[in-house]
Design a protein around this ligand. Structure first.
Ligand code: SF4
Length: 553
């Protein structure tokens, strides 16, 4: 094989936790089949997918209190269901309370949207489910899903019926499984696309999602595919990414990257050095997921991601095992590296499609929408002659197939609903995770705080001429990708001027994706209270604007 390189640096931010010497790490392929922790035991006791029958036949009839705790806080995830946080519990108590003290009797439901691809009818059904069963809540996530809150167990079968009638589902939307496949939201329509990955996504979903072959992985497994030169799916931070590239002899296909991931010990994905044609993507994907299932570390949850295996083995060994008879059974073709874009695409604004029509990308505030707003979007989209919407990996959405004569009318109709095609740089580049409003792991508020922050910054620095990404997380996990933002904010309790513990953030500065891919630095002392956040971001930005040299990002 060719020399292996990383798309950028693949260096872990800090040393990964090491296993105890002489003990296995729970790798099935090495004979460690006995569960080494509670999660593994639960998964061995019963496949997470089997909980659906119990929800439909028992729990929906007998109510929340009848749910077996191993199903409630474990297997429900296999169907996109998490218990949500009881309102009013202080962030300081997150780590000290038992799970049952934090649980509300309602659920978050994640609707899985492969590649972010939705029809107007599907959007209408999500809107209806939100209004009828979810108190009108809806958030577009940074993995192209839509999440609803306040779901009662009694309503879940009816919700599934409605979603599945239009081809939507929640199967394996959470849990230790292959999660939604994120894909370029302009797949198949962008004029400058290298290759459309949609047929490969369809192949994988049809063959493997909801199948017991991969329903017990060591932990979650994230997939990204893009054939767009702007690498619009954050490929550096997925377990596996297929990135469009043209092979000098074989033509358009994908460069294979593996082992990316954030959270604790963030690592950037590394190039395998192989070119994969479209019709082999599902085989390669199956091989890599198979390796993860068989060799992935299951003893410690903190080491149970593919990135640790890739880091420990190195790429030569990883590729050798992937090509072995047990997995692929053939040699991959060596391939060229794709060109790395300076800034990854979010597709906000008005852009021409390859068929001459236009697509319009708009920015909700930090992905927050609502059922009633989505219903209106579906109407507006239909009234402008389109039937296709796509969610993005940046908490935005795009309307496809708009005739030139209808573009401005669509832009203004969406603007009237609060979704701007020409947003400020602050609105466009700020993301937030769920936070304390619903998430049981959260320590601080995120969405509402980020929305206020955008308002304040739009007033203080209205004509920012560069994209500065601000990603707000409610805890040390990285659902909103704090380590790869210009300004990453990690929710925690901090001390205010009087020495009192208050909600705030540890700041990570200077992270990025694309050409600048790397993790932000956690500067000692760069902790900010929630109250002081706007002052802090303004100060950092003004300093950058004053000190920057020509072209400095
Ligand atoms: Fe919850 Fe933490 Fe993820 Fe935010 S980053 S959604 S608070 S787990």
């Amino acid at each position: 094989m060719t020399g292996v390189s990383s798309p950028q640096q693949a260096t872990p931010a800090k040393k990964a936790p090491r296993p105890r010497k002489g003990k296995g790490e729970g790798q099935w392929a090495l004979g460690y089949r006995e569960p080494l922790n509670k999660n593994e035991e639960n998964k061995k006791n019963d496949d997470g997918l089997n909980v659906r029958a119990r929800i439909e036949n028992i729990y929906a009839h007998r109510g929340f209190d009848s749910i077996d705790p191993a199903d409630l806080r474990g297997r429900f995830r296999w169907w996109g269901l998490y218990t949500q946080r009881k309102p009013g519990i202080d962030g300081g108590k997150t780590a000290t309370l038992e799970p049952e003290e934090l649980d509300d009797k309602y659920f978050m439901l994640r609707v899985r949207i492969e590649g972010g691809q939705l029809s107007a009818e599907q959007l209408r059904v999500i809107a209806e489910v939100s209004s009828t069963y979810a108190r009108d809540t809806a958030d577009i996530t940074d993995r192209q899903n839509i999440q609803l809150h306040w779901i009662r167990v009694e309503d879940i079968p009816a919700i599934w019926q409605k979603l599945e009638a239009v081809g939507l589902y929640t199967t394996e939307a959470c849990g230790d499984v292959p999660r939604v496949i994120i894909s370029s939201p302009v797949a198949g329509i962008a004029a400058d696309e290298i290759i459309d990955p949609t047929p490969a996504i369809d192949d994988i979903v049809e063959r493997y999602i909801g199948s017991s072959e991969f329903s017990n992985l060591p932990r979650k497994f994230k997939t990204a595919m893009t054939g767009h030169p702007s690498h619009d799916v954050v490929p550096e931070v997925n377990d596996i990414s297929f990135v469009g590239v043209v092979h000098p002899e074989h033509g358009p296909g994908f460069d294979l990257w593996v082992g990316g991931g954030l959270s604790t010990n963030p690592m950037l994905a590394q190039r395998v050095g192989a070119w994969v044609p479209l019709d082999e993507v599902h085989l390669v994907w199956k091989g890599v997921v198979g390796i993860f299932r068989d060799y992935g570390y299951r003893r410690l949850r903190t080491r149970a991601r593919l990135k640790y295996l890739v880091a420990d083995w190195g790429m030569d060994k990883f590729r050798e095992i992937l090509e072995s008879d047990k997995y692929l059974g053939y040699k991959l073709v060596d391939g060229p590296a794709p060109e790395i874009p300076a800034v990854q695409g979010d597709h906000v604004g008005v852009h021409k499609q390859k068929d001459g029509r236009y697509y319009v990308g708009v920015a909700p505030v930090v992905g927050r929408v609502s059922g009633s707003a989505l219903a209106k979007v579906a109407d507006v989209v239909a009234a402008h002659g389109s039937d296709r919407i796509r969610t993005t990996a940046q908490q935005k959405f795009i309307v496809l197939d708009v005739e030139e004569s209808k573009v401005e009318s669509l832009v203004s109709a969406l603007d009237g609903l609060g979704f701007q095609a020409r947003p400020s740089a602050w609105r466009r580049n700020t993301m937030a995770c769920t936070g304390i409003e619903f998430c049981k792991l959260a320590i601080v508020e995120t969405k509402a705080r980020a929305a206020e922050l955008i308002d304040e910054l739009e007033e203080r620095i209205p004509d920012l001429d560069v994209p500065i990404t601000v990603n707000v997380n409610g805890c040390p996990n990285s659902c909103a990708r704090i380590q790869v933002a210009d300004i990453g904010l990690k929710g925690q309790l901090v001390l205010d001027a009087e020495g009192k513990q208050v909600p705030g953030y540890q700041v990570h500065l200077g992270g990025g994706l694309g050409l600048d891919a790397g993790f932000g630095r956690k500067l000692r002392g760069h902790k900010v209270t929630s109250e002081g956040l706007a002052d802090y971001v303004e100060r950092i930005t003004q300093n950058y604007l004053k000190e920057r040299s020509e072209g400095e990002r």
